[in-house]
Design a binder for this molecule. Sequence first.
Ligand code: GLY
Length: 452
Amino acid sequence: MYNVLLIGNGAREHAIAETILRSRHNTTLFSFMKSNNPAIAALSSAACFGSYDNLNDISTFARDNAIDFAVIGPEDPLNNGVVDALRGIGIPAVGPTKKLAQLETSKSFTRNLLSKYKIPGNPRYKIFTSMDGVEDFIGGLEGVVIKPDGLTGGKGVMVQGDHFNTKEEALDHCREILREHSVVIVDEKLEGEEFSLQCLSDGTTVVATPPVQDHKRRFVDDKGPNTGGMGSYSSEDHSLPFMTPADVSEGLAITRKVADAIYQETGEHYKGVMYGGFIITKSGIKLLEYNARFGDPEAMNILPLLKTDFVDICRAIIDGTLNLLEVEFEKKATVCKYIVPKGYGLPKDHPDARSTYAKIEVDDVKEAQLFYASVDKREDGLYMTTSRAIGVVGIADDLVTAEQIAERAVSAIKGPVDHRPDIGTKPLIQRRIDHMRKIRAYSQALRDQHSI
Ligand code: GLY
């Protein structure tokens, strides 16, 4: 019998909640949410609402309900030290302490960790505390990515070619970041295909889950602004159509080295999810960033496929016995498409921006799984808020069928909503394959040239 506390209120946490309750153990779910997710509340024996920085309320709720362990969904409570607070009252958690969550919350911590422990994967980068040397460094790179240190909620990362074009603009952005933050990180801009590798770590054993590709852009064909993620897919062979088996092993090998390094650096075992955002480039796998939690939407791709009991996994992470557990996933393809208000990601003065806070109808959906995100259940029905509303997940033996299942389920949701119909489709995936083929051919040509 386990009392489990889940912290978080999104579709990712809805997927985690269902996975916890699929356990063969007698498990009771308690949830702490910053706003009411009606689906998570319905699965919970008790729900408490409050801010993720209110560690007192979270601890009191956990103690009052004799929680055995907690699972932390989003990064904010990790950054606020919720794992340390719960540990202080004897409640273990799946999620890193504040110090170890720096893997996500401090980009400079992670870049420096890889450099110090000679772990491959860093692009060319430099961390600046003033503008001294910035111009020289930027001048030597073809393109740059500029970021502040710390959590920025997906905003604050400026990519040359997307957010600005010239070297002068890059320098302006660095100055702007340094006005508000103590450091600015300048990475070389990389070209390639990205994948998310969500690994489970007990501090000594690190296990990979199937890789997933996320789609951050708001509109079809990767147009429009970046969002929290409009959808994602994974393949039945637990690779991705543009990846080689070596790419997955390389991402896992990097993450294993990082788990070791973080222990050597801090003396603490990393317990939780190490989600590597990787990119396959002409010079191999590079690390874009780590997240200290499951991805949203990527959690919705992998958790429904989990064959191993999730409560056993959580216990093994906490007890440091992950090496004794076979973590298995069904050999199925998944396609997740987020239903969003039409106005999601649009400027406030856009005519479609009014679609937020609108009512939606959800017909009975049997084929696909629906995970609720930012929705509000009122007496007269379900309303969206300003953010992503529902994650729709199709699962099948192959990607084509999984995509069709997701697409059919999307049409069961009525209202001023939008989604990306191209996610998981053949033409889009073919473009990823062709893109990667071109990059690999280029790097092979370079190798051939050097071996002559
Ligand atoms: N899908 C991106 C993230 O969870 O950060």
